[in-house]
Write a protein that binds this ligand. Structure first.
Ligand code: PMP
Length: 384
């Protein structure tokens, strides 16, 4: 028997699009992938070399359940340098990716029936983490004209005695929008619950800079990781920053359910935080060129971009003028012109009519992919 809980976990809708892309590729078609949510860059050499060196020197054992002290210290240094916040290594837990950090955090804070507020649209996996730990995701509608940022009054309408946390994600997947200082301050004012800040796209910001929630409140948990900034998706390395009172309980949870994160991967993480910043700056400059190009082209083609996305590597484009069913539209696009895009509905009902374009692809491929989409839109009548 498969549990109801397991059955309730649905795949991303974009997986259907990707499965079709694979089929087309097997038949010899050339598909351009603008749906991907991971960096197209190689992990910087300095990081790969550190992992090899760690493996060869026998760093192949379990580590402390909270993670290597050296890595936790580097994470503390990083948060001090970037945001001026002082955290100590006993308030950091290193995990095999940001995803497990969020799962273990949900385990640590939720009783059955407790509520967690998420925005609509939101990163597709959030509701599943909440439900898996007995919680109830409560969606708060956000609006394109606000850059899909929370409105405090909308949060106030749904906050209750059962609310345990509000999740924020800036820069955001899927919108690429960076929360302003005022947005962060407004959310931090909800003192009756925890704020969980998903900072995984920090560092991939092209104007101004992202602020950490820890600059505004201590009633917060931060999840972050190496996947995006250091192009390390396959390495599985992330971390959780938490209030001191959770140190013991999180250590126990991690010890039981994972023991520790991979040791040589943690050493690679130390090298990333110490030595990979030049590489990060190069990747960021390239992403930024692609971002500006993509925004310009999407607007020329007729998509509406309500707020300039200045972070992550996504543009969430309003296609409502010509599309009411983003899933069908994504399918038509892959079928007719062989370009993969992510349907907005994947991120919640407020994403309907939008398409997410990723610029984690070369500028040449972005140019060709958007040319194909332009052709598709001009010739829709004929295609359908
Ligand atoms: N949060 C957001 C917003 C993401 O986009 C992702 C990855 N797509 C994650 C968390 C999980 O990242 P990882 O487990 O690779 O650290």
């Amino acid at each position: 028997m498969i549990s109801q809980k397991a059955k309730s976990i649905k795949p991303f809708i974009v997986m259907d699009v990707m499965a079709r892309a694979e089929e087309l590729e097997r038949c010899g078609e050339e598909v351009i992938h603008l749906e991907v949510g991971e960096p197209d860059f190689e992990t910087p050499a300095v990081i790969r070399e550190a992992a090899i060196e760690a493996m060869q020197s026998g760093k192949t054992h379990y580590t402390h359940a909270l993670g290597l002290l050296e890595l936790r210290e580097e994470i503390c240094n990083h948060y001090y340098k970037e945001y001026g916040v002082e955290i100590t290594p006993d308030c950091v837990m290193v995990t095999n990716g940001t995803s497990p950090a969020l799962l273990l955090l949900m385990m640590a804070i939720l009783e059955p029936g407790d509520e967690v507020i998420i925005s609509n649209p939101h990163y597709a996996c959030y509701p599943n983490f909440i439900r898996a730990c007995g919680g109830v995701p409560i969606e708060v509608r956000t609006f394109p004209e606000d850059g899909f940022q929370y409105r405090s009054e909308e949060i106030r309408k749904v906050i209750s005695k059962r609310t345990r946390a509000i999740i924020i994600n800036s820069p955001s997947n899927p919108t690429g929008i960076v929360m302003t200082e005022q947005n962060l301050r407004d959310v931090a004012e909800f003192e009756e619950c925890w704020i969980i800040s998903d900072e995984i796209y920090h560092g991939l910001v092209y104007k101004d800079r992202a602020r950490s929630i820890l600059e505004f409140t201590n009633r917060a948990f931060v999840i972050n990781g190496f996947s995006k900034l250091f192009a390390m998706t396959g390495w599985r390395l992330g971390y959780l920053i938490f209030p001191k009172e959770f140190s013991e309980v999180l250590k126990n949870i991690h010890q039981n359910f994972a023991i520790s994160a991979n040791s040589f991967v943690q050493w690679a993480g130390v090298a990333a935080l110490r030595h990979a910043w030049d590489e990060v700056a190069k990747m960021r400059a390239i992403y930024n060129k692609r971002r500006m190009f993509m925004i310009r082209r999407l607007e020329e083609i007729g998509f509406r971009i309500h707020h300039e996305p200045t972070g992550a590597f996504y543009v969430f484009a309003d296609a409502r003028e010509f599309c009411s069913d983003s899933f069908k539209e994504a399918f038509h696009i892959i079928e007719k012109v062989k370009v993969g895009v992510t349907p907005g509905i994947d991120f919640g009902s407020a994403g309907e009519g939008f398409l997410r374009f990723s610029y984690a692809n070369s500028i040449e491929n972005i140019a060709r992919g958007l040319e194909r989409i332009e052709y598709y839109l001009k010739n829709r009548g004929k295609c359908e």
